[in-house]
Write a protein that binds this ligand. Structure first.
Ligand SMILES: Cc1cc2nc3c(=O)[nH]c(=O)nc-3n(C[C@H](O)[C@H](O)[C@H](O)COP(=O)(O)OP(=O)(O)OC[C@H]3O[C@@H](n4cnc5c(N)ncnc54)[C@H](O)[C@@H]3O)c2cc1C
Length: 295
């Protein structure tokens, strides 16, 4: 059986690893021209389910590589009001030693993708040949062909045949649009703005402890709008987070440029609101307090 996966994101690559481990013939088609074609690398937290799935699907050497690349992350979820007064805390930090598989981890997206690509790229296939992952293959649609098989088409005019087509092409999936047209993507009028800044000692000193201890924080005011804040730290000896990256156009030899933080930790934040909710953040502010080192 030949399985065609569209999208070399977290889901598509993890699935490809699992199918390969089960000795199935699998090909992943990704629209990006190269693995490095990514604007920025936001950190990602792996919870117990995510770790379990990766442990199940990855070859043991690849799992060991992920384990070494990821940093331990605190399993505490906090909710605050818009003045940073605590509303609720869910603390799932284990009392004893953490489970070696399911313990919560933080990893940069760059590093996670590199690990997930382990063994899936062939020599000299930067633009699509050889390996399980075919780059620069922007999927456009499929049709059913003889023998119950499927044919997938790509923007470069090529096509490929398989027995099963998996849409792992993200939230705006073209596979889903064709296969399940009755399930359109709904615009809820909600916008997400995400960013990060280096966690310098000066910034850490001015932030409340809960925002810099690695826990996941949600600032939830009454009414619309919501903010997520968490710090992210690279493991000792691991890679510092990348804040921007750029690839050259396909076919050019210029190497990727990227920049990393001066320190090894950063604060990630993500603000979610409806357009109408934007003005509501004006009165948000924590209660006035001296910097923590002077308390
Ligand atoms: C700011 C932010 C922070 C997040 N933090 C976390 C976190 O800490 N933990 C967590 O578990 N989740 C987190 N998430 C959610 C997580 O990123 C997604 O759930 C996950 O990436 C979904 O994986 P996926 O493989 O389905 O899709 P994606 O990762 O979006 O991958 C889709 C892939 O398909 C490719 N593609 C799209 N269209 C085509 C096409 N036509 N042809 C070929 N290829 C195509 C894309 O280029 C991409 O490589 C976060 C999301 C955001 C935005």
């Amino acid at each position: 059986m030949r399985v065609l996966i569209i999208g070399a994101g977290v889901g598509g690559l993890c699935l490809a690893q699992g199918l390969r481990a089960a000795d199935l013939d699998v090909a992943v088609h990704e629209r990006a021209a190269a693995p490095t074609e990514q604007l920025a690398s936001y950190g990602i937290h792996l919870d117990a389910d995510g770790c379990r799935a990766l442990h199940e699907c990855l070859p043991s050497a690849t799992w060991a590589r992920l384990d070494a690349t990821a940093a331990p992350a605190r399993d505490t979820l906090r909710f605050h009001d818009q003045h940073l007064r605590p509303l609720a805390t869910r603390d799932r930090e284990p009392a004893g030693p953490p489970d070696p598989v399911t313990r919560r981890r933080a990893v940069s997206r760059d590093a996670l993708r590199e690990v997930l690509l382990d063994g899936l790229t062939g020599a000299g296939d930067a633009t699509g040949g050889g390996g399980v992952v075919r780059w620069a293959k922007a999927y456009t649609g499929y049709e059913r062909i003889a023998g119950g098989r499927l044919r997938a088409y790509f923007a470069d005019g090529s096509h490929t045949d398989g027995d099963l087509l998996i849409g792992a092409d993200g939230s705006n999936s073209r596979v889903r649009r064709q296969y399940l047209p009755e399930l359109p993507r709904l615009d809820l009028g909600v916008a997400n703005i995400a960013g990060r800044c280096p966690l310098t000692p000066e910034i850490a000193d001015q932030l409340p402890a809960a925002l810099v201890d690695g826990s996941v924080n949600n600032v939830v005011p009454p009414g619309p709008g919501w903010m997520f804040v968490s710090t992210w730290g690279a493991p000792e000896g691991g890679r510092a987070p990348t804040w921007s990256g750029r690839t050259s156009p396909p076919g050019t030899a210029t190497p990727r440029t990227s920049n990393t933080w001066p320190g090894r930790a950063c604060v990630n934040w993500c603000w979610t609101a409806s357009a109408a909710g934007l003005p509501h953040c004006a009165p948000w502010s924590p209660p006035a307090a001296p910097p923590r080192s002077r308390r």
